[in-house]
Design a protein. Structure first.
Length: 190
């Protein structure tokens, strides 16, 4: 049974591989409905290619295809006509809000909280959350499922294999301080 709330992931939280992978494992837990758009994919992929010469378009396209094929009903379409009517501090983020509205999202998970003012999002019943806040809320209600997602991510990392401490350090580098503190309470399950 899929969770009763819908989450739209902003490109900035899909950019770093450790966080993207964790969010995908969480999306497969069915605690919530995960959403994004092709435009959001294009943004995180474009930025990664610009900043990481070791990555290729083909490799990131494979990741994109895996995300789309494994997370049920994830792609939001038909949001483009809303974009011009929306106002945000950064106009380039309007597509994210438009997609969230069309998807019936309850939450936009983003690092860029100041780009999504609460008073604007509140008009649509949407809240912006830092990924640490989002995952911590999930952990409050379903700690076993969150630990299982982290464990599955760790077990999938084989080149090189990762210890619990290395995985948690990677999460901390992504700003998931509260999440890591919570996961440490259950480290024997990771």
């Amino acid at each position: 049974m899929v969770g009763s709330f819908t989450v739209l992931f902003d490109a900035c939280v899909l950019y770093p591989a450790p966080l993207r992978d964790f969010l995908m494992h969480l999306a497969l837990s069915d605690l919530f409905r995960a959403k994004w758009t092709d435009e959001i994919h294009d943004e995180w992929i474009r930025n990664l290619l610009k900043n990481r010469a070791d990555l290729t378009q083909e490799r990131l396209q494979r990741t994109r295809n895996l995300m789309n094929s494994h997370v049920r009903d994830c792609l939001v379409v038909g949001y483009e006509e809303l974009i011009p009517s929306l106002t945000l501090p950064d106009e380039s983020d309007r597509h994210v809000l438009a997609a969230a509205i069309c998807a019936g999202a309850d939450v936009i998970v983003t690092y860029n909280l100041s780009d999504f003012p609460a008073d604007t999002l509140g008009q649509y019943g949407i809240e912006a959350q830092h990924p640490d806040e989002f995952i911590t809320h999930l952990m409050d209600g379903a700690p076993v499922a969150i630990c299982d997602a982290a464990r599955r991510q760790r077990m999938s990392l084989k080149n090189p294999p990762q210890s619990v401490d290395i995985l948690l350090a990677a999460y901390e580098q992504q700003g998931l301080v509260q999440t890591v503190a919570g996961l440490r309470l259950y480290s024997e399950f990771l």
